[in-house]
Design a protein around this ligand. Structure first.
Ligand code: ADP
Length: 453
């Protein structure tokens, strides 16, 4: 049987036991008539034990306080990062959205090139914000891992197919060697596995000038046939990493400085730190072996539960009929005029009409006077925010109005925020920045859902 003690209790119990036993021991020693020297010697030893116990107790208490403080600090950091990401994502939404709209218009060659530069720079900023947010989620244990059946063969190949384009651009040979069947089915988070593979493979291509990048994947089935360990190796013939830097390569914001100018990293230094979190949150292991000038081998192993191949979901996305949206009327609530303009530009193309409000109260007044097919609301607005607006709509006396679909517009992607918005009455969320397709799909899915009810 394993006995566990609450934090800091062990040394406290030791201290109490000692305080009770010491006087009894002293009395006993006097009673059995032991010489004074022996008694003094024993007292000295007992005092040393007492002093050490006190020191252990003090250290333990300090350790607990420090670890509590570290946890609080991590939480505060995560909150700060989440709100900072919101502030960045909102204007970024306009930049990415309008560049998308502009790219569909007639441009001369110079304008098209400038627009491409704007799009790629804004996408880079978005990647950075996403990386920071992602890392904050893992650090505060707020990342939820799905447990859904999927075929690792397919997931790995999907990533390899995407990376093949980058490899071809650099004339690097990309090989993949998967030792298990296409039909093998495991329970887990396929998106996280793909994110992990994507990070490792794109690093391998990024830091290889000539030669090859090879992916090796094996599945080691445990006795009993219920569990298996997925073992993946990404082997490159690139610049390699100096032994001294290997120890810190998985630390956040770690970037090796000796890199020649052609390899000046464009990344955030968070890719490998995120990989480590993804693997360790699933009880796996990740490591690297590398030799400067010869190449690197990044390998990870993650245990998964095996499942029946019939459980493999056919997640084909049903085609959405956007023509059914013609003539719909939307109430748009957002205090950011750029966002309003962007959304109206997009939905206008599908002949959806809209009324606009710049705060929640104005939106609610319009909602009282008119009938809408859908309310699209920002969360942070003056006077009345999107949460209060959604709650007010859900309490409306008119039952038909009360049932109006509400889509929240947000840059906050933390799971607890999502739950808060859904609990307030929103049917779903549109994450900023969104593409035209993402916005229209979210709207169409809601109308489709209503049709089926
Ligand atoms: P970044 O987003 O900056 O690439 P990573 O965490 O993914 O951040 O990588 C951290 C650093 O580790 C990189 O800047 C690079 O110096 C080194 N590194 C990662 N992968 C490789 C690789 N395959 N070969 C050589 N160096 C690598």
């Amino acid at each position: 049987m394993l006995i566990t003690y609450p934090k800091g209790q062990l040394s406290r119990y030791g201290l109490i036991v000692f305080l009770i036993l010491a006087p009894s021991l002293y009395g006993l020693l006097c009673y059995i008539d032991i010489s004074r020297i022996t008694i003094t010697f024993l007292i000295l030893i007992v005092s040393i034990i007492f002093y050490n116990l006190w020191r252990i107790y003090k250290n333990e208490t300090e350790l607990i306080t420090t670890s509590d403080k570290a946890f609080e600090f991590a939480l505060a950091k995560s909150r700060f990062l989440a709100s900072m990401s919101h502030e960045i994502r909102t204007p970024l939404n306009s930049v990415i959205g309008f560049s998308e709209q502009l790219s569909q218009s007639k441009l001369n060659a110079e304008q098209a090139a400038q627009l491409t530069a704007i799009r790629s720079s804004s996408t880079m900023v978005l990647d950075l914000v996403n990386d920071i947010l992602d890392f904050a989620k893992y650090e505060t244990n707020k990342a939820n891992f799905e447990k859904i059946s999927f075929a690792p063969f397919k997931s790995i190949n999907e990533v390899v197919d995407i990376i093949a384009i980058q490899a071809a651009q650099k004339d690097i040979e990309l090989k993949s060697d998967i030792s298990f069947e296409e039909t093998v089915c495991i329970l887990g988070d396929s998106l996280r596995l793909k994110q992990l593979l994507m990070n490792l493979l794109s690093n391998a291509i990024k830091f290889t000038e000539r030669g090859s990048v090879k992916l090796k994947a094996d599945l080691v089935v445990a006795p009993g046939g219920k569990q298996a360990i997925l073992k993946v190796q990404v082997i490159d013939t690139g610049i390699g990493i100096e032994a001294i830097n290997l120890a810190m390569i998985f630390d956040e914001f770690a970037q090796v400085n000796y890199l020649p100018s052609t390899f000046k990293p464009k990344g955030t230094g968070l890719g490998l730190a995120i990989c480590k979190k993804i693997v360790e949150c699933q009880d796996g292991e990740i490591k690297v072996v590398s030799e400067l000038g010869r190449g690197s081998v990044f390998s990870f192993s993650i245990p998964y539960e095996l499942c029946d191949e019939q459980l493999l979901e056919n997640r084909a996305i049903t085609a959405i009929d956007l023509t059914s949206l013609i003539g719909k009327r939307i109430l748009l609530a957002d205090d950011n005029r750029m966002n309003i303009l962007l959304i109206r530009t997009v939905i206008g193309k599908y002949q959806i009409t809209s009324d606009v409000a710049y705060d929640g109260q104005e939106a609610y007044n319009l909602f009282e006077r008119n009938r809408y097919d859908l309310v699209l609301t920002d969360i942070q607005m003056p006077i009345m925010n999107g949460i209060a607006l959604s709650k007010a709509i859900r309490l409306h006396v008119d039952l038909a109005k009360r049932d109006t679909t509400i889509l929240g517009l947000t840059a906050n992607v933390l799971p607890e925020d999502r739950t808060r918005y859904i609990n307030a009455g929103m049917n779903d969320l549109v994450l900023k920045p969104f593409s035209e397709q993402e916005l229209m799909e979210k709207i169409a899915i809601q109308f489709d859902r209503k049709k089926q009810v």
